[in-house]
Each structure stands twice: as structure tokens, then as C-alpha cells.
Design a protein around this ligand. Structure first.
Ligand code: SF4
Length: 206
């Protein structure tokens, strides 16, 4: 897991990327070869979006479209995420969207614990620079990695978890929704909550 109970990023995960600016982090991350996933992909896919809005969406890892285009959430699942965001009146470019691992795992398999651990300094640095108040884990893998290994996404979605001053609101990954459209109603509820918290964040940090 990335955080301790106080919501602080574990120290080991902060050592490799002491970036002072987001631009610097992006450039450094693009050169990363810390794990073997880099050999099987075209490019490192960094997170993107508004780094000043204090909310982050975190998925699992890039897929084929993301690997080709070098941007997160641009395939079918990404387009669905855009639609859901737009349905609750959130502009995609006005939130920050990233993944646990930045290189595409072969055949879109779930990244291993070691791969996630190897990549965590980049996510830690993103979190450190963005200082989110709310993180939305998209699906089971980021839920377990960011919040608690023992949680199930089905039981946890739509519920708030907090560590220190950091809040998590997990929901289903849009790729899961493409296969299980009957779950969309739950995600709709979750995104209404996300929108509410984003409005509150905007009020506080305006
Ligand atoms: S997955 Fe992360 S740690 Fe591994 S090479 Fe890519 S950027 Fe580096």
C-alpha cells in the first residue's frame, strides 16, 4: 500500500522522484526503465489533466490505445469515463487522471505487486505535487493498492474511506462497466457524490 494510516505517502515510495515541478516529473518519468514493463510497451503513459484541482482519478494501467497514443484513458473505457464525467458536468481536462503503472502490461493483464511497487514513486510524486483531497480509485486494483488490500470493489464502491486528511471514493473501472452495463446505475450514484465533493473542494480552494 502507498499510504500510512495518517494519509502520508510511505517514505520508500518518495525517494526516487523528488521532483520540484510537474513538468520535471513528467520528463523524468518518460525516461523510466525501473521495471520490465517498459520493454514490452511503446511508451511511458503519464497521468494528465488539471494539477491544481485537488482531485485525482487513478486506474490500473494503460491499455493498447493508451500505449499507442501516450495518454491515459483514451480507449473505449476512457471514452465511457469521459461520458460519465460529462453527465455530472465535470470536464475531463479539469480533473487529473492517472494510473498505478505507467507502462502497458502485456495483454492488458493486471500489474503484479512488484510492478506496482516499482512504479509507485511516480504516482507518489504526482500525488505529492497535486496534493489531492480526494482520490477516486477506479476498480479493484487501485482500491487495494491505495486503500486496503482486503477491500472488495463491489462492497466498497460509493463509500468514503479516509486516511488522515485524504479521502478516497472508489468506484468501478469503466472497462468493467463496458462488460456489466447493469452496474452503470451504481456508478452514476458514485459520480454524483464525486461531483458534490469536487464542488466543495472548489469552494474551499477557490
Ligand atoms: S511501469 Fe512504471 S516503473 Fe515500470 S518502467 Fe514503466 S514507468 Fe517505470
Amino acid at each position: 500500500m502507498l499510504f500510512n494510516e495518517s494519509g502520508e505517502i510511505k517514505q520508500a515510495s518518495l525517494e526516487s522522484y523528488p521532483a520540484d515541478s510537474y513538468q520535471e516529473l513528467k520528463e523524468e518519468a518518460r525516461q523510466c526503465e525501473r521495471c520490465h514493463l517498459r520493454q514490452g510497451c511503446r511508451q511511458v503513459v503519464m497521468g494528465e489533466g488539471d494539477t491544481g484541482r485537488r482531485i485525482m482519478f487513478v486506474g490500473e494501467g494503460p491499455g493498447a490505445d493508451e500505449d499507442r497514443q501516450g495518454r491515459p484513458f483514451v480507449g473505449r473505457a476512457g471514452r465511457l469515463l469521459d461520458k460519465i464525467l460529462s453527465a455530472v458536468n465535470i470536464k475531463r481536462e479539469k480533473v487529473y487522471i492517472s494510473n498505478i503503472v505507467k507502462c502497458r502490461p502485456p495483454d492488458n493483464r493486471t500489474p503484479t505487486r512488484d510492478e506496482m511497487k516499482a512504479c509507485s514513486p511516480i504516482l507518489s510524486a504526482e500525488i505529492n505535487l497535486i496534493e489531492p483531497k480526494v482520490i477516486v480509485p477506479l476498480g479493484s486494483t487501485p482500491l487495494k493498492f491505495l486503500v486496503d488490500d482486503n477491500l472488495s470493489i463491489t462492497e466498497s464502491r460509493g463509500n468514503w474511506f479516509n486516511k488522515g486528511e485524504l479521502y478516497f471514493l472508489p468506484t468501478f473501472h469503466p472497462a468493467y462497466l463496458l462488460r456489466n452495463s447493469n452496474m452503470k446505475k451504481f456508478v452514476w450514484q458514485d459520480f454524483k457524490l464525486i461531483k458534490k465533493s469536487l464542488d466543495r473542494i472548489d469552494e474551499i480552494y477557490a
